[in-house]
Ligand binder design. Structure first.
Ligand code: CA
Length: 225
């Protein structure tokens, strides 16, 4: 198993590298964020141990840049003592686990083995509601086995409704998220687009996934209608 350790403190980096090697891992060390990012993006590692405080590019940025670029190698982030916010941010930026410094070596190896067992995390999940599915990454949507042919705006509207599946969303909320926040045109545009979407997603299948909640807004049925 090949591990990339991104850590600028030489002594700590060397100690961790030696320890992991003794456990049978093959370890490369990057001493700054940019080098860490480039090495990690070559995709040759089974896991990445990433410090937060790094010269060049901090660990949060390295982590989110890797995820944005579509690299899903498991990442264990090293956070500072008493850094509750660090931990939340580590997970928000796409880290799979975190470990607070100073850490015991036994715990580090145990966590790494657990991460490796789990393997690379899933790509951003495909959203589903019954037989209605939407993949934000590939920009494809399906009703059953049929691939839906949606315009960019229709896709964005369906994605928004599917992310809030089962909840009622107002026209204003939809306008803010699916249209430009500065859009100040007629809010009836939402109704118009809901109509377009229904004609592709519901009508041909005699279904009712996109429901109107009178006086409030719209709701996507969790069972796909
Ligand atoms: Ca550091």
């Amino acid at each position: 198993m090949r591990v990339l350790l991104v850590e600028d403190e030489t002594r700590l980096a060397n100690a961790v590298r030696r320890g992991l090697e003794a456990e049978g891992f093959s370890v490369d060390v990057a001493a700054d964020g940019k080098d860490g990012f480039w090495r990690a993006s070559e995709g040759r590692y089974d896991a990445i141990v990433l410090d937060i405080m790094l010269p060049g590019m901090n660990g949060f940025r390295v982590c989110s840049a890797l995820r944005e670029a579509g690299h899903w190698t498991p990442i264990l982030m090293l956070t500072a003592k008493d850094g509750e916010l660090d931990e939340a941010e580590a997970l928000d930026t796409g880290a799979d686990d975190f470990l607070t410094k100073p850490f015991s070596f036994v715990v580090l190896t145990a966590r790494l083995r657990a991460l490796l067992r789990r393997g690379a995390p899933a790509r951003p999940a495909v959203l589903t509601a019954g037989d209605l599915r939407l993949d934000p990454a590939s920009h494809l949507a399906w009703r059953g086995d049929d691939e839906l042919s949606l315009t960019a705006r229709e896709f964005a509207l369906l994605e928004f409704l599917m992310r809030k599946v089962g909840q009622v969303t107002s026209k204003t909320e939809i306008l803010e998220h699916v249209w430009d926040p500065a859009y100040d045109g007629d809010s009836n545009i939402v109704e118009v687009y809901v109509g377009y979407l229904r004609r592709k997603v519901d009508v041909p299948y005699t279904r009712r996934a996109i429901q109107t909640v009178r006086g409030v807004g719209y709701r996507l049925a969790p069972d796909g209608g």
